[in-house]
Design a protein around this ligand. Structure first.
Ligand SMILES: [Zn+2]
Length: 374
């Protein structure tokens, strides 16, 4: 690969042309190379590996320096797994914006961070740790204008979270269709995309009707909703990981047998709908919700790729969902390995097509003119 100013100039095979001196040559070897991975949904300020509930809730009172330290570790762990582009999904302390600035100014090889800052939610509804409260139409408009002064896109808390004991979503949607349409139109007028935390049929109906750009989580999906997502090309970031962790380690929360059954049913239905989404042409994007209980930054993205493949998606499409597709949807420069594109490449010791069960630990990451060996 001939690299000039951080971009791929040409891809050659065979002997090194004589005009190149060995000093110009950077030798990195790998069985398989691909564009750096994209994490489409995580919370950088939260440590998903912290399993103790008391410590997790005490942490929300931690000072800024402690949160920044946690976020820096999460960025490092992401890079060590081959993630070169991260979209944060909200935090009320603005750690995501701070980390975005830090990484952008860094001389070291670090992932690029996209950050919404805070999201918007209705008063007293779900999302206290990541969203600003808005009630009236004027408050909604003012908040969007203010948040998009610094946010890379708008995060909407459209529904509550799942109640695993009953296997349903808590409460009715936070915003109705008219409000959601206003939110999306306002963000679009300002030139920004929207992504909506949303699970359960009532919320999914609103998200689909309002035409948000991306449905995050999307548990309790249906074929009817998927048909609208396909038609409007609304992305779906299914974030299997937080629910999968609850199912795999029920003793940590103390889930009843009935709740474990609910968790399994929810996951199975999620998988079935990924298959349908794939067939219908819905843009499914890999995001893990890392930072959630039991969901570690970095490795969770690999888990998400595996969940898509287990659901019946081809490896090529699952990798596309974690590389090219999100970059295209968000308007980021392509990192596909072709002349003219930027260099953002990871080298794997094995091909995922030959061995999906491999470690997925990259041997090196190359970004622009820099590379690091892991
Ligand atoms: Zn989230």
């Amino acid at each position: 690969m001939l690299i000039e100013d951080g971009s791929i100039k040409d891809i050659l095979t065979g002997e090194l042309p004589p005009e190149f001196k060995s000093d110009d040559v950077l030798t990195e070897r790998a069985a398989y190379i691909m564009p750096g991975l994209v994490e489409a949904h995580c919370h950088l300020f939260l440590d998903g590996g912290e399993l103790d509930f008391k410590k997790r809730s005490e942490y929300l009172k931690a000072d800024e320096n402690e949160m920044l330290a946690v976020a820096r570790r999460n960025v490092e762990a992401s890079l060590a797994t081959g993630i070169t582009l991260i979209r944060d999904a909200g935090d009320k302390w603005g750690i995501n914006h701070r980390i975005r600035e830090e990484t952008a100014a860094s001389d070291e090889l670090v992932p690029e961070v996209r950050s919404p800052g805070l999201g918007i939610r209705k008063p007293k509804r779900y999302g206290g740790f990541m969203a600003r409260e808005v009630e009236t139409k004027d408050e909604i408009l003012a908040a969007i204008k203010d948040l998009l002064k610094t946010g890379d896109e708008l995060k909407i808390l459209l529904t509550g979270i799942i109640d695993f004991e009953t296997g349903t979503v808590k409460g009715k949607p936070q915003f109705d269709v008219d409000e959601a349409k206003l939110i999306v139109a306002t963000a679009h007028d300002l030139g920004y995309r929207t992504f909506a935390h949303c699970s359960g049929l009532a919320g999914l109906d609103v998200a689909a009707a309002a035409g948000v750009d991306s449905v995050e989580h999307g548990f309790f999906m249906t074929r009817d909703i998927l048909e609208i997502l396909a038609e409007k090309q609304i992305a779906w970031v299914p974030t299997f990981s937080p629910v999968h962790f609850q199912w795999a380690r029920p003793e940590i929360v103390g889930w009843s047998e009935e709740s474990v059954d609910n968790l399994r049913r929810i996951l199975d239905s999620h998988s079935e709908h990924i298959k349908i989404a794939d067939e219908l042409g819905v843009p499914v994007v890999v995001g893990s919700d890392a930072g959630s209980h039991g969901v570690r930054h970095g490795s969770a993205v690999i888990d998400e790729i595996k969940f898509l493949v287990e659901a019946g998606m081809s490896m090529a499409k699952a990798l596309n969902a974690a590389t090219s597709l999100p970059r295209r949807l968000w308007g980021n420069t392509s990192a596909d390995i072709k002349p003219g594109h930027k260099v953002e490449i990871i080298g794997l010791p094995e091909s995922p097509f030959e061995n999906p069960a491999m470690s997925w630990q990259p041997s090196w990451v190359m970004m622009g003119n820099d590379s690091i060996t892991l």
